[in-house]
Design a protein around this ligand. Structure first.
Ligand code: GLN
Length: 276
């Protein structure tokens, strides 16, 4: 991990921690940086308690840290079941979870569905991993036959299976080769006309059969890739930021030159190891 290992504890306004002593420290730090800030970007993490397994919290940390390094002021909103969805949302993140975690958030997801659909239609970047990817589709039928209806933002349908798809993955995508790690029982099928996020070079992907991985509609990306995916693939992180910044500030994303050499080297080695 090159960026995600520093955690959202320094220089980041975190609405969840504002009431605590450490939140005060974080806010003061942000205030001192605001002079040079290119603007606030509001990031929503959906269900961090129920849906953040296999290190997917690292995606949120990466987004917050990269925003700050690019000169913006990140504001994190953790959205929990029963909570009020934040009024400002420029980028939305969701992670993986067990079938039981998915069942726990499903009711709330129905409540916030109109807002998420509106944001998706307006081009808001979203990254949904594994369990949340499945719930952004039409439905997930678990291995024991329970049907969890999804949002239908992505035209995909998922069927749970006794055989899990587990292992490292390499994809070809619009942002270059992407590496990660998958662990899912659900086999996902794309609807007619639904674009995949990537093409599988190594691994199972959506279903182990058709070489597709994930799905993409406008700026909404669903993928099975843990790792977590963003620190290992900073170009994907910056592609999400390039979509979020204009919504937040009205101006194009103006990135700084960041040193991603460690992430790039790790990814290159993994690709060489898996596909030669
Ligand atoms: N419960 C889902 C499955 O196994 C999602 C798993 C995950 O998020 N890693 O298909």
């Amino acid at each position: 991990m090159s960026q995600g290992d520093r955690g959202p504890d320094v220089g980041i306004t975190d609405t969840a921690s504002r009431d605590t002593a450490s939140g005060d420290v974080a806010s003061r730090d942000v205030a001192s940086r605001d002079v040079a800030s290119k603007g606030e970007v509001h990031v929503v993490h959906l269900y961090p308690r129920e849906m953040s397994i296999y290190g997917d919290l690292g995606n949120t940390r990466t987004i917050l840290v990269r925003l700050r390094r690019h000169g913006y002021t990140p504001v994190l909103h953790d959205h929990h079941p029963g909570g009020q969805f934040p009024s400002r949302a420029h980028l939305v993140l969701g992670g993986g979870g067990q079938d039981s975690g998915q069942a726990r958030v499903q009711e709330d997801l129905e409540v916030i569905a109109p807002r998420l659909r509106e944001l998706a239609d307006a081009g808001t970047p979203m990254l949904m991993i594994c369990g949340m990817y499945q719930l952004f589709g039409n439905a997930f039928v678990t291995v024991d036959g329970t049907r969890l209806p999804g949002l239908g933002i992505l035209d995909v349908t998922t069927q749970g299976n006794p055989r899990r798809m587990i292992g490292p993955v390499v994809l070809r995508t619009d942002v270059g080769d992407v590496v990660g790690y998958e662990n899912h029982s659900g086999a996902t099928t794309l609807g007619p006309g639904q674009a995949a996020f990537g093409t599988v070079r190594s691994g199972f992907g959506n279903n182990g059969a058709d070489q597709t991985e994930g799905a993409r509609t406008r700026n909404v990306v669903g993928s099975y890739l843990h790792g977590p995916i963003l620190p290992a693939n900073p170009r994907l992180a910056d592609a999400l930021l390039a979509g979020a910044v204009p919504l937040a500030t009205g101006a194009a994303f103006a990135p700084e030159a960041l040193d991603d050499s460690i992430a790039d080297e790790a990814r290159t080695r993994q690709i060489r190891r898996l596909v030669g």
